[in-house]
Write a protein that binds this ligand. Structure first.
Ligand code: TMP
Length: 215
């Protein structure tokens, strides 16, 4: 018997875009209407993939080559995807993931300026035909986002990049969102949290409607 695949929703955004505050809002919203939901994150999501996350975020004395970074991101993703994401979707659960391959296009493609083709090839190798059904992009001005993260304690290897890197990351996310308005929803997180959440709620209602669920 063929079980219908669950929906795969990802949350993306540039640094300081308010992903963490909004993911718990989305999680409660979907669980309150009875959806069987698996919440995870990338890089990471399984014990092994979380070890790779440590390698990626930690600052090392030896500089990490962009190609090493790209392959580590996909090594973590291969583990997470096969161990957790795909089995969950196949049993009909919905998966809500804090970052996925759009982040690789934005950070390794946009930020590190690696050819998009490399990412597309690895994406197909690791995920076959599976892509997120919906991507919620939390978008904030780079300056505002950086100001928000400046208030946090210690910066990781990515947070420590120059402003131009984050401008490229944001531009890449926005460019991807603009060419596929059916799958991508841009949430303006320059506005106060309650207003951003109203916008998120509208998108969630659209997703539920398209999935035939009475929200
Ligand atoms: P987080 O701060 O949202 O937990 O994400 C950790 C960092 O990992 C963030 O700075 C973006 C980076 N990252 C990539 O560079 N490529 C990727 O594919 C993913 C998933 C994250």
């Amino acid at each position: 018997m063929n079980q219908q695949m669950g929906k795969f929703i990802t949350l993306e955004g540039n640094e300081g875009s308010g992903k963490s505050s909004n993911i718990s809002y989305i999680q409660s919203y979907l669980q309150n209407i009875g959806i069987d939901l698996v919440v995870s994150r990338e890089p990471g999501g399984t014990a092994l993939a979380e070890n790779i996350r440590e390698l990626l975020l930690h600052k090392h004395q030896e500089p990490m080559h962009p190609m090493t970074e790209l392959l580590l991101v996909f090594a973590a993703r291969a583990q997470h995807f096969n161990q957790l994401i795909l089995p969950s979707l196949e049993r009909g659960a919905w998966v809500l993931c804090d970052r996925f391959t759009d982040a690789t296009y934005a950070y390794q493609g946009g930020g590190r300026e690696l050819p998009e083709q490399y990412i597309a090839e690895l994406e197909t190798l690791v995920q076959k035909e599976v892509r997120p059904d919906y991507v919620l992009l939390m978008d904030v001005d780079v300056a505002t986002g950086l100001q928000r993260i400046a208030e946090r304690s210690e910066k990781d290897r990515f947070e420590d990049q120059e402003v131009a890197f984050f401008e490229r990351v944001r531009a890449c996310y926005l460019a991807r969102a603009k060419v596929d308005k059916q799958r991508y929803f841009i949430v303006d997180t320059n506005q106060p949290l309650e207003q951003a959440q109203k916008q998120i709620e509208q998108y969630l209602q659209k997703i539920l409607l398209e999935s035939g669920i009475d929200g």
